[in-house]
Ligand binder design. Structure first.
Ligand code: AP5
Length: 226
């Protein structure tokens, strides 16, 4: 039976925590879904480079126009463009308590750039069988107004095509078609997966089982952050 859309847990932010967390995992592993609640619970900023890039595309900035070509092909956007967006975002006041990086770093050059600008205290690796990822991605829908994520298979909206919370028409990401999702997975395996070793050597990596209910995955992440 389908569960309702995920609501973040209501744990109390301490305010004194200054956490810098990285979520690492394949496309469709549930990083964005979990990042919302975990960032809120720890009172830190949720920094998704995918969201920053999509916002630049939506606003039709020159950077967005260039990034869009890569995103539509499932390829990584050039490091310099992503870093520029991210560094600007990190200066915002909501990053003062710390941040949760979702979708960054994606390759060795980005990991080295990150090391030069911030010291990371935990890297959570989402472990999930590859076989479920393409189905999760092609069935993903998102409310453009409130950002709530749905899944036509595992988490459908109550009213077809409409957000449960505000009734807005749900959107399908242009890169969530099957060929592009498979290209993103290939890029992940070639460029991002080697970062596991990079962070393991630094003693920062904790793997979590990212399958099962949203609540179960969230509890595993919280344990891994302790
Ligand atoms: P980005 O937006 O970062 O996409 P991604 O890494 O491919 O990750 P996704 O957002 O697809 O997956 P997710 O793990 O967040 O899964 P979600 O929670 O949504 O990047 C997009 C593009 O931007 C890249 O291809 C690249 O071009 C560019 N880009 C971004 N960052 C870059 C960088 N640093 N450098 C260069 N280029 C960059 O969940 C997926 C679905 O599963 C949802 O429908 C959800 O409801 C469902 N779901 C989640 N958890 C569960 C569960 N436990 N059970 C059942 N269903 C679940």
């Amino acid at each position: 039976m389908a569960e309702p859309p995920h609501r973040p847990s209501a744990s109390v932010p301490t305010g004194s925590e200054r956490r810098r967390i990285v979520f690492l995992g394949p496309p469709g592993a549930g990083k964005g879904t979990q990042a919302v609640g975990i960032a809120r619970a720890h009172a830190i900023a949720h920094l998704s480079t995918g969201d920053l890039l999509r916002e630049a595309v939506r606003r039709r900035t020159p950077l967005g126009a260039e990034a869009n070509r890569y995103m539509n092909e499932g390829q990584l956007v050039p490091d310099a463009l992503v870093l520029r967006l991210l560094q600007e975002r990190m200066t915002a006041p909501d990053c003062r308590n710390g941040f949760l990086l979702d979708g960054f770093p994606r390759n060795a050059a980005q990991a080295e750039a990150l090391e030069a600008i911030a010291s990371i205290d935990r890297v959570i690796f989402f472990e999930i069988p590859e076989s479920v990822l393409v189905e999760r991605l092609t069935a993903r829908r998102r409310c453009p107004k409130c950002g709530t994520l749905y899944n036509l298979v595992s988490r459908p909206p109550k009213r077809p095509g409409r957000c449960d919370l505000d009734g807005e028409e749900l959107a399908h990401r242009p890169d969530d078609n099957e060929p592009t999702a498979r290209a993103r997975l290939r890029v992940y395996l070639e460029e991002t997966l080697p970062l596991l070793e990079y962070y393991r050597r630094r003693g920062l990596l904790v793997g979590i089982d990212a399958s099962g209910s949203l609540e179960a995955v969230e509890a595993r992440i919280e344990r891994a952050l302790r």
